[in-house]
Design a binder for this molecule. Structure first.
Ligand code: IMP
Ligand code: MG
Length: 175
């Protein structure tokens, strides 16, 4: 079996969309203390670009989730592997991920972080693979709706590889 990548969303289209999202976020959170909560590792690249497009004061924090069990069923067990370093009580928190697939990771994190009494808690994702959703997740900001296909690059991996691709690519395997 061999693998190859085919560009799905190029650098220019990503940059344009990230700029639009950063503009909307800057307008929506004007006058508020915004905390971007980047979900490692996949959202590192998206968050780095998004924060540089935001024109209001913003802080950035990092967390990492891990999931065990079959990725295709709702029997997955999700845990916080690396927690935020700050107390989010009274803060306006925007959770940032690159892609929402089943939605289980983001739904879990929204539920957990809501218990910490932030002033507001919302989610942003560059890509929404809506056809795969198994649980409802409210997404305040979405870049692109994409079909059910496996993508890599722009921070996203397959077995930890391809995160460094500057574009978003479809990963194809051939016999
Ligand atoms: P969910 O909990 O099923 O929504 O999974 C979300 C996580 O799965 C994302 O943060 C990614 O790490 C990973 N993921 C989902 N779809 C893809 C994909 O197409 N390529 C790479 N990673 C993906
Ligand atoms: Mg991954």
């Amino acid at each position: 079996m061999t693998e190859h990548t085919e560009i799905f969303i190029d650098k220019a289209a990503i940059a344009e969309k990230v700029g639009e999202l950063a503009g909307q976020i800057s307008r929506d959170y004007e006058g508020k203390d915004l905390v971007l909560a980047c979900i490692l590792k996949g959202a590192a690249v998206f968050t780095a670009d998004l924060m540089r497009g935001i024109t209001i004061p913003v802080t950035v924090e990092f967390l990492q989730a891990a999931s065990y069990g079959a990725s295709t069923t709702s029997s997955r067990n999700i845990v916080i592997k690396k927690d935020l370093d700050c107390d989010i009580a009274g803060k306006h928190v925007l959770l940032v991920d690159t892609i929402i697939d089943t939605g289980e990771t983001m739904a879990f994190l929204l539920k957990r972080f809501a218990e910490r009494r932030p002033s507001s808690l919302r989610a942003a994702a560059l890509l929404d693979k809506r056809a795969r959703r198994s649980v409802y997740v409210p997404l305040a900001y979405i870049g692109f709706d994409i079909p059910d296909t496996f993508v890599v690059g722009y921070g996203m991996d397959c077995g930890e590889r391809y995160r460094n691709l500057p574009s978003i690519a479809e990963l194809k395997t051939t016999e």
